[in-house]
Write a protein that binds this ligand. Structure first.
Ligand code: ADP
Length: 446
């Protein structure tokens, strides 16, 4: 049994976890840095512990402090949210070794999927289609050149320990590959302390479509359909929706089946996401698995009526999944926009400051996940996500119309936000037609 959860995170995801815990009758402990004293998660939790100065490595990434906070408050479980320590196998292991329940998958699963080339190899062995490319890390430039010749250009060189859209380089011929090989490896060493790189075919104008899975500790794994996340800026997602405009029932069953097979092959439990890249002919290939709850999980919740965070907590208590695959129903269409404190007209420069005025939209089909309120000061130390605005409609067009209407109602004064950009995308012809790819935003001039 879990009676008290320490939430090792901040911002909207800390609020989200606290809400799920409260609905289950579980007490919560918030942790906060010096710069986050006035953050909403601190006010909503039953207790709170200050864990250090604003710098993340001294607070939200400080494992001994987090464990001490859990011990002092008598928490019995720890939820990592996303980002920070969520995919750090050492943190999961330390929680468990210190006698706490880690609300997430096993440290072994986190470790296996954290090495992106190893994850690809494991998925390939499990029968999951993967992007053609090197089998594991590259040993030499000669090897890279010979693989590229075999699969054909363009190719992309990626860091084995990469993440957040960083550490990737495209090469269109042998000369470029020789250059990319050296640069990618040097960059990866500098950014991730791991210079190993691997190579795969570069898919032109692909879609990013991912499958939500959830498993329990009794060997059950189900999928909850897909999310289309092709509206990206520099490989970072800005708008997500479910279902994908190009995925029909047959393709959903195929992708979902493959995702479940992959998750079962590594004995996965808790919530996880299999990310696929999809080419113009709707062929899909595994890219990586995220072993945590994701920012964009609400669109799945809206169309399935399933609470993913509550289910994560129940699974951590060793309960069986509350739903069987045949009972999963998809109703309507949901779209999420990420309202970030950034100015899209000025190269997305972050905008810190005080929220002077805020007015939240409402009405049918609208959900808001946020930690901001009137008078809240946005600290400059953390990521720029202010709010996730999600609309649910009977079909895609109704969801678009509701989201446009909600963006018109939304008022945030004091800082620049990405809301005006979202309005433009929702009015653009390609988006309305569902004809999108990962370069779509760049095509609109962003
Ligand atoms: P990260 O872990 O840094 O997020 P991913 O491997 O998930 O890296 O890739 C992030 C994004 O990069 C994808 O959503 C896609 O836009 C682009 N990308 C990655 N691999 C390829 C590829 N083989 N071909 C084309 N685009 C790719």
């Amino acid at each position: 049994m879990i009676k008290k959860i320490l939430v090792a995170n901040r911002g909207e995801i800390a609020v989200r976890v606290i809400r799920a815990a409260k609905e289950l009758g579980i007490k919560t402990v918030a942790v906060f840095s010096e710069g986050d004293e006035e953050s909403l998660h601190v006010f909503l939790a039953d207790e709170s512990v200050r864990i250090g100065p604003s710098q993340v490595n001294k607070s939200y990434l400080n494992i001994p402090m987090l464990i001490a906070a859990a011990e002092i408050t008598g928490a019995d479980a720890i939820h990592p949210g996303y980002g920070f320590l969520a995919e750090n196998p050492n943190f999961a292991e330390t929680c468990i070794d210190s006698g706490f329940i880690f609300i997430g998958p096993s440290p072994d699963a986190i470790k296996a999927m954290g090495d992106k080339s190893e994850a690809k190899r494991m998925m390939k062995n499990a029968g999951v289609p993967v992007v053609p490319g090197s089998d594991g890390p590259l040993k030499s430039l000669e090897e890279a050149l010979s693989i590229a010749k075999e699969i054909g250009y363009p190719v992309i060189v990626k860091a084995v320990s990469g993440g957040g859209g960083r550490g990737m380089r495209i090469a269109r011929d042998e000369k470029e590959l020789a250059l990319s090989y050296r640069m990618a490896s040097t960059e990866a060493e500098a950014a991730f302390g791991d210079g190993r790189i691997y190579l795969e075919k570069y898919i032109e104008n692909p879609r990013h479509i991912e499958v939500q899975v959830i498993g329990d500790m009794h060997g059950n794994v189900i999928h909850l359909g897909e999310r289309e996340c092709s509206i990206q800026r520099r490989h970072q997602k800005l708008i997500e929706e479910s279902p994908s405009p190009i995925v029909d029932k047959k393709m959903r069953e195929k992708m979902g089946g493959v995702a479940v097979k992959g998750a079962k092959a590594i004995g996965y439990f808790s919530a996880g996401t299999m990310e696929f890249i999809v080419d113009r002919d709707r062929n899909f290939y595994f890219m990586e698995m995220n072993t945590r709850i994701q920012v964009e999980h609400p669109v799945t919740e809206m169309i399935t009526g399933f609470d993913l965070v509550k289910e994560q907590i129940l699974v951590a208590m060793e309960e069986k999944l509350s739903l069987k695959q045949k009972d999963v129903r998809f109703t309507g269409h949901a779209i999420e926009v990420r309202v970030n404190a950034e100015n899209p007209e000025k190269g997305f420069v972050p905008s810190a400051g005080k929220i002077e005025t805020v007015h939240f939209p409402g009405g049918p089909g609208i959900r808001i996940d946020t930690h901001i309120y009137q008078g809240y000061k946005i600290p400059p130390y953390y990521d720029s996500l202010l709010m996730k605005l999600i609309a649910h409609g009977r079909d895609r067009m109704e969801a678009i119309e509701r989201l446009r209407r909600a963006l018109d109602e939304l008022v945030i004064e004091g800082v620049d936000t990405t809301a005006p950009l979202h309005k433009k995308v929702l009015e653009s012809e390609g988006f309305i037609e569902g004809d999108i790819h990962t370069g779509y935003l760049a095509g609109l001039g962003y």
